[in-house]
Design a protein around this ligand. Structure first.
Ligand code: SF4
Ligand code: SF4
Length: 248
C-alpha cells in the first residue's frame, strides 16, 4: 500500500524563532519522496498507535534527546518539516539494535525507517551526515584497502588507556599468538584476516553497483579519490596475477 494516496501531509509552518532560511517546500517533498519510495518503507511502516512502546525499550532514548515514537509519528503524519528537522541530528542517535522492531504492536520497524532517513540524508549530502561520518574516514580507508576495519596490531595499550588493568590481556606477543591460530588467513597482525585480491576486486564491483561509492563521493570527495586510486591499484594487481597464471 502506498501512503501517498491518502495524504496526511501537514502544511509547512516554519519556525518563527529561527534565523535560518526556510527550506523550500519542494525540497522537503523531494526528501520525503526519496524516503517513501524505498521498497522497504511500506514494509517498515504499517501505522502507528503513538503508544511509545518503541521508545520505552529503546536504549538510545535513555541517553539522548531521541524518541523512535516521535520519528515514526513524523513519517506517519508526513510532517515534512519535522522529518527534515529530525534528519539534522536525531536520526543519528539510533544504535540500530532493532529492539523497537521486535516490540512494536503494529509490526513497524522504527530502526529500519531511521536507516532509510539516514540513507536519504547521505544521498542529499546533508551536513549532519558529513559530520557523523567524518570520524569513520580512517575506518573506511582501512576497510577498502585491506578488507578489514580493525587489525590486531591496532589494539595496543597506548591506544586503549581507558581499558585500565584489562589492557594487560591484549599486551601479549601478538605475532606468536596469531601464528598459533590454525586458520592460515588469521596468521597476520596487520589485518584481522587476510583478504585475497579476488575478493577485494569483487567487493569493489558490489560497492559500485549498489551505489555505495556514489554515496561516499557525496559525503567525502577527498576520501573517495584516495579510495579510487587504491581500487585501481588492486585491480591492476589482480589483472597482473591473472596474466601470470596464463603465462604458466
Ligand atoms: S533500532 Fe534505534 S530506535 Fe530502535 S530501539 Fe534500537 S536504538 Fe532505538
Ligand atoms: S512505532 Fe509502534 S511501538 Fe512505536 S509508538 Fe508507533 S505503534 Fe507504538
Amino acid at each position: 500500500m502506498s501512503h501517498s494516496a491518502n495524504s496526511r501531509v501537514q502544511k509547512h509552518i516554519g519556525d518563527p524563532f529561527s534565523d535560518e532560511p526556510a527550506i523550500p517546500q519542494e525540497k522537503l517533498e523531494e526528501i520525503f519522496a526519496d524516503i517513501q519510495s524505498d521498497l522497504r518503507f511500506d514494509h517498515e511502516l504499517n501505522g502507528c498507535l503513538n503508544c511509545g512502546i518503541c521508545t520505552a525499550t529503546c536504549p538510545a532514548a535513555h541517553y539522548y534527546d531521541f524518541s523512535p515514537r516521535e520519528i515514526v509519528q513524523l513519517l506517519w503524519t508526513e510532517n515534512l518539516d519535522g522529518i527534515y528537522d529530525a534528519m539534522q541530528e536525531k536520526i543519528w542517535a539510533c544504535a540500530q539494535c532493532y529492539t523497537c522492531a521486535a516490540r512494536c504492536p503494529f509490526g513497524n520497524s522504527p530502526g529500519g525507517l531511521i536507516m532509510l532517513m539516514r540513507e536519504t540524508a547521505i544521498k542529499h549530502g546533508m551536513q549532519s551526515a558529513k559530520n557523523v561520518l567524518r570520524p569513520f574516514s580512517r575506518v573506511m580507508l582501512k576497510l577498502i584497502s585491506t578488507g578489514n576495519q580493525l587489525s590486531p596490531d591496532m589494539i595496543n595499550p597506548e591506544h586503549f588507556a581507558d581499558w585500565g588493568p584489562n589492557i594487560s590481556k591484549v599486551d601479549a606477543p601478538l605475532k606468536l599468538l596469531r601464528k598459533a591460530i590454525p586458520m592460515p588467513t588469521l596468521n597476520t597482525t596487520e589485518t584481522a584476516w587476510e583478504v585475497n585480491l579476488k575478493t577485494s576486486v569483487e567487493l569493489y564491483t558490489i560497492w559500485e553497483e549498489t551505489g555505495v561509492l556514489d554515496q561516499l563521493e557525496t559525503i567525502d570527495e577527498n576520501l573517495f579519490d584516495v579510495i579510487l586510486d587504491i581500487m585501481d591499484e588492486k585491480r591492476e594487481d589482480w589483472d597482473d596475477w591473472k596474466d601470470e597464471q596464463d603465462d604458466e
